[in-house]
Design a protein around this ligand. Structure first.
Ligand code: HEM
Length: 134
């Protein structure tokens, strides 16, 4: 009889690590909407403290997504969906953060920053579900 459990274990551990990293990144991205809701008050200037939290949240989300992408590339190479999805997620997060930083001087960029945030949230929810599939 052949034993099949031994080679499966490292992949499972890597999948779990990937799932934790991408799940945390998803949580931080979803929270970005909450922080935005706290600093955007109609008829008033943005509240600086929450803008700062929003900016640091972007750094954390990008860091987690980048590490998740590295785990996917190194340990889960056969999962092309996760490799491509995580890489796209990371690149789009960097673009989102860059555009966000320009909003102060070019408020029209909210027309790109907000919809892109919605797309990122969709991707952020899709990736952990996809990762849970064997
Ligand atoms: C519903 C989702 C989101 C909304 C409504 C939103 C809204 C905004 C707004 C109005 C600003 C301008 C603040 C300013 O005047 O500086 C901003 C800035 C920014 N956003 Fe978002 N955002 C969202 C999601 C995200 C996400 C997912 C990221 C992750 C990369 C992100 C990263 C940033 C960054 C880095 C800034 C610059 C903050 C600074 O000026 O220091 N945002 N966002």
């Amino acid at each position: 009889m052949t034993q099949t459990s031994a080679p499966v274990r490292p992949v499972r551990a890597s999948s779990r690590l990937y799932g934790i990293l991408i799940g945390l990144s998803t949580l931080v991205v979803l929270l970005q909407g909450l922080w935005a809701g706290l600093f955007v008050v109609e008829g008033q200037d943005y509240r600086d403290g929450w803008v700062e939290v929003h900016a640091r949240g972007a750094d954390v989300a990008i860091g987690l997504a980048l590490v998740a992408t590295i785990v996917a590339v190194v340990k889960l190479r056969s999962r092309r969906d996760l490799v491509v999805g995580s890489a796209a997620f990371t690149v789009l997060l960097v673009l989102e953060a860059y555009l966000g930083g320009l909003i102060g001087d070019h408020s029209a960029l909210t027309a790109v920053h907000f919809p892109l945030a919605m797309g990122l949230m969709g991707l952020a929810v899709w990736l952990p579900f996809r990762a849970a599939r064997r």
